[in-house]
Write a protein that binds this ligand. Structure first.
Ligand SMILES: Nc1ncnc2c1ncn2[C@@H]1O[C@H](COP(=O)(O)OP(=O)(O)OP(=O)(O)O)[C@@H](O)[C@H]1O
Length: 219
């Protein structure tokens, strides 16, 4: 692994129900880098994020995160240092945004209530809002999902269509978060269909095409 690489996929293949989804994928994410992933619907982008997060395991090959191999197994072995927003964020419908994040924070127990309040403010939500999650608009749900992904200050953040449902202010807030966390040396994998967003944020872009990953020269 190059000295600054924090995540490495080595000859990764993934089959689901005997159908090949990804084939022989190799790539690295370096410290402070935003790596974009593009590709058609159903090409395997979310599958790749699930592999990177340890939520799913490869059929073949190895994934290293800070030189530690991601191993299949129980939840306790999931990497602690990866923040994830994949697909529509799911939270407990009767709890407020704050209480949802607080409940989730208790799994790892590495952040305080003040940290959560600060993160909720960072995504432009009201940390004193006691309304249950089920009353949130789509954009508010997405903002809370972004808050959950970043709240524990992880070294790698995986975002699947993060600006879906965000208004202009939400997109601006998201841009500020990327730039702030990049400066702190955090890395991202960003899956998006929005090419403007990909061009704006990504240092490197790969396209999933025909089960494999191709580095894009020009985006
Ligand atoms: N749990 C599953 N069971 C069966 N097939 C699955 C499962 N998860 C994903 N697939 C299949 O794997 C392929 C890749 O799906 P994936 O969600 O990774 O695509 P994607 O590139 O993220 O698509 P989109 O742009 O529509 O979000 C699809 O053909 C999908 O049907």
């Amino acid at each position: 692994m190059s000295s600054e690489a924090i995540l490495r996929f080595e000859n990764i293949s993934k089959n689901i129900n005997r159908t090949e989804i990804l084939k022989n994928i190799n790539f690295e994410v370096e410290r402070g880098e935003v790596v974009g992933i593009i590709g058609k619907n159903g090409s395997g982008k979310t599958t790749l994020l699930k592999l990177a997060s340890g939520l799913s395991y490869p059929t073949k090959g190895e994934i290293y995160f800070f030189d530690k191999k991601l191993e299949p197994g129980f939840v306790g072995r999931l990497p602690q240092n990866i923040g994830v927003l994949i697909e529509t964020p799911s939270f407990i419908s009767n709890l407020s945004g704050f209480d949802n994040l607080y409940y989730l924070s208790k799994i790892r127990n590495i952040i305080s209530k003040d940290d959560i309040t600060e993160t909720i403010k960072k995504v432009g939500l009201d940390s004193n809002n006691k309304n249950p999650f089920k009353t949130y608009s789509l954009g508010m749900k997405q903002r809370l999902g972004i808050a959950q992904a970043i709240m524990e200050n992880p070294d790698l953040i995986l975002f699947d269509e993060p600006t879906n449902a965000l208004d202009d202010t939400g997109v601006e807030i998201f841009a500020n978060i990327i730039s702030e966390y990049k400066q702190k040396g955090k890395s991202f994998i960003l899956v998006s269909h929005n090419m403007d967003e990909i061009k704006l944020f990504c240092d490197k872009v790969y396209k999933i095409d025909n089960y494999t990953l191709k580095l894009q020269d020009k985006i």
